[in-house]
Design a protein. Sequence first.
Length: 132
Amino acid sequence: PDYWYAINNDELYEAINGEGVIYTSNGFVEAINQSYEGMILGVDAFIIVRIFDQGNANNCKSLFDEIVLQLSNPINWSTNSDTEAIVERYPISQIVIFRNSKYYVSCSISSGTDEALDILKTFANNVDSKIK
């Protein structure tokens, strides 16, 4: 779906097809998902932004560290406000993950190009700058 909001474990499990255990075992409070679509170099592309409230910064760090361990080729990055972030690149998609206080954020894009990564990093920077 383009948009979902979950405020309990059952809603989270339903929204992300049972992949919620890693979040609920690390203090999940609520989450939101929003997708965007556009064109990159004349090809349709989709961005999905997911923000998870993990209750506190320690829970969020534990979640972030667990997810990083699951990545096959994590590349260290940081947002414009020096928030620790990771980029993972695949041939046909890319993901940026970061944590800011109690919030874990995942931004993914359905394109593996350098232009798509620039757009994805812009999204991540914009989201990061709005988290209070």
